[in-house]
Write a protein that binds this ligand. Sequence first.
Ligand code: IPM
Ligand code: MG
Length: 359
Amino acid sequence: MSKKVLVLPGDGIGPEIVAEAVKVLECLKQEYGLQVELEQGLIGGAAYEAKGRPLPEETLRLAKEADAVLLGAVGGPQYDKLERPLRPERGLLEIRSELNLFANLRPAILYPQLASASSLKPDLVAGLDIMIVRELTGGVYFGQPRGIRSRADGSREGFNTMIYSESEIERIARAAFDIARKRNRRLCSVDKANVLEVSELWREVMERVGKDYPDVELSHMYVDNAAMQLVRAPKQFDVVVTENMFGDILSDCAAMLTGSIGMLPSASLDENAKGMYEPIHGSAPDIAGKGVANPLATILSVEMMLRYSLGEPELAARVQAAVGKVLDQGLRTGDIHTPGMRQVGTAEMGDAVVAALRP
Ligand code: IPM
Ligand code: MG
């Protein structure tokens, strides 16, 4: 039976990079019999402009009906002055929360061809393959109470709440242990248990769930140390599990180890492996419309979609191999360009991946 994929290009470079990922999906349909129906929808600033809201009802309905969602990016400086509920980022947070996409998988894999594009010495990152599992629908991003209020003396204060229930911690723990089991069976849980009660509970639940996974080696690390270890000796990590905001920060850091944030895909999954797939980078307004953005993170998000939501691991492997092949050919967008390589634009990179994919 044919599966439904909702395509949400979003803002900035979103439409450009998503167009290349769609070419890849179309090629898989034509050449390899992939059975998917693509639908388009609006999110972020684009949705605000057309419908007055960053996540229109129609988009949410289509997303709920779909088997998977492919998202570009949201946001832009022109929206920064809008009231918070109307900002593009709110559309993204709402769709994550409405679809219950609590498990965010952010792999940081170094393609050997890009070792010299990393800001770290090649021997520190050669062969790097980390999976960051970020809790995505809880913590300080969603915790209540939150706001900006006046104090008795007339000055104002801003406040947010970092809160996790045991069940929220337990489900992300299980997701992370399951992933570790399919990899090198090492899980590092990152928290701030020396300061925060919410982390104290996080650590306790991780330990408890860990008893069901005696074959996985569980360790704990404070988030400040984890940031340091990621740039000091990143290969010590296999799977990292952490709460929403720590995961947001650490995943950008891990991304740079691989040469460019333009290379990293992500999957956000619910309990039933329904997922939303997006590059981890943002809408990059500075280069939007110029045709120079790197589409590989979005194409690799399609790879994750094939693997996790569409049940097509062989096609996923083909996409991954095709990306490897264009890198072997020396094609590079500006963000991963190094001397001696051929610099190409967004569409040329996408076309090269499609060509490499054809039988
Ligand atoms: C990410 C982004 C988002 C986040 C923003 C755009 C709301 O930084 O996906 O990492 O903070 O989760
Ligand atoms: Mg982020």
